[in-house]
Ligand binder design. Structure first.
Ligand code: ZN
Length: 383
């Protein structure tokens, strides 16, 4: 084995190690004290939530200053975002080789936490994105390189992991069943009504009891698909795929597809949010496989942290290693939180994916042919 090859294996090993510890809310790194996480973590005898390990700092090149751009006060909690983005809506030069934020939510509920966002802060996130000219697309739109937005606008992908009740809850009021206006879906529907150009686009990664209301989950999954949202795979039992062999991986992924097809018979979840952020040990089995007559094909893996993703037109775009931005208060996560990256792109608008208004062409900086824009750097698990 050549030295380079050995070095490459070492890098891969370190990356896997990082992936194993940079988990999501239910991660239980060996020897880590278990603390309380999302309530959902306790259901079905799943591993309890644990103290998560913060992702490795994801400093973009020359980014030390950009966390607190000139003219903005340093972050003091998540409400430190500037009052408005610096650019007029739609005025940014097209650059479809710029980066895209894939934003990650877990619990939507009354308490802000490491893996939780309040309804108020979720609404505020939508407002902040909206007035800066971001518009939602589904993850598969990105994979298909079919970002269909007006010229000067940027795609953002909203993702929700774990299918927690606060993401989509029914409540009964005056004898009528309603979508909880404080659940993520209720908030998204309301936001769309007020801002029709904010489409009903987001991807929900669920497990064996989507959204935690046993009597209504099939209806919810159907509703989401009908509205234009996506439902993705997050394994049947929130399994750590870094520890499963091919057979176990197929059981988990096909099992989830089989369950979802009880709601929508032809549903084929195309993307996988990796529980705990763990890269699958049986990588090929996580991409395509079958179990007991149900087969699947997964086109992308989502990591837990911690950067914007490269443009799908960039050679750096690796669909099986897509990083995400975490929509949490900077008190809980200081490097990969949404407010920080909003400020980053305020400061570096040339690094942001900006549509040219024509899904059939790829505009680079200055509207010329696409070329690779400066990239913001590493993911939590990237060598
Ligand atoms: Zn999860």
């Amino acid at each position: 084995m050549g030295t380079r090859r050995a070095a490459s294996y070492l890098v891969t090993f370190v990356a896997l190690l990082l992936a194993a510890v940079a988990g999501c809310s239910r991660a239980t790194p060996p020897g880590t004290a278990v603390s309380r996480g999302p309530a959902s973590a306790q259901r079905n005898g799943r591993p309890a939530a644990a103290t998560p390990v913060a992702p490795a700092p994801a400093q973009p090149a020359a980014d030390a200053a950009s966390a607190t751009p000139p003219g903005h006060s340093p972050a003091a909690g998540s409400h430190a975002a500037p009052a408005a983005g610096p650019q007029a809506l739609g005025s940014l030069a097209p650059n479809e080789t710029g980066q895209v934020m894939i934003v990650e939510y877990h619990v939507i509920g009354p308490e802000e936490g490491r893996w939780a966002r309040t309804p108020e802060n979720f609404r505020r996130d939508l407002e902040e994105l909206y007035r800066r000219g971001y518009r939602p697309v589904n993850l598969t739109d990105l994979l298909d390189r079919r970002v269909d937005l007006p010229k000067g606008y940027s795609p953002v992908v909203l993702t929700f992991d774990d299918g927690t009740a606060g993401q989509f809850r029914y409540i009964v009021k005056d004898g009528k069943r309603l979508i909880d206006p404080d659940s993520a879906v209720g908030i998204l529907l309301d936001f769309h009504e007020k801002h029709p150009d904010w489409g009903l686009r987001a991807t929900f990664y669920v497990n064996d009891l989507p959204f935690e209301q046993a009597d209504s989950w099939p209806e919810k999954v159907r509703f989401l698909v009908e509205q234009g949202f996506e439902v993705g795979n997050h394994t049947l039992t929130h399994a750590n795929l870094a520890r499963l062999d091919a057979a176990g991986t197929m059981r988990e992924l096909a099992g989830q597809v089989r369950l979802l097809r009880e709601a929508v018979p032809d549903l084929q979840p195309q993307t996988l949010a990796l529980p705990y952020g763990g890269l699958p040990r049986a990588a090929e089995a996580a991409k395509t496989g079958s179990h007991q007559g149900t087969s699947y094909r997964i086109r992308a893996f989502l990591l837990v942290g911690a950067n914007p993703a490269p443009s799908p037109h960039s050679p750096r775009f690796d669909p099986y290693r897509l990083p995400r931005i975490q929509a949490v208060d900077s008190r809980f996560e200081s490097t990969s939180n949404l407010d920080r990256w909003l400020r980053y792109f305020d400061e570096h608008p040339e690094r942001r994916y900006v549509s040219d208004g024509d899904p059939a062409t790829v505009a680079g900086l200055s509207g010329g042919p696409g070329q690779v824009a400066p990239d913001a750097g590493k993911t939590t698990t990237e060598p």
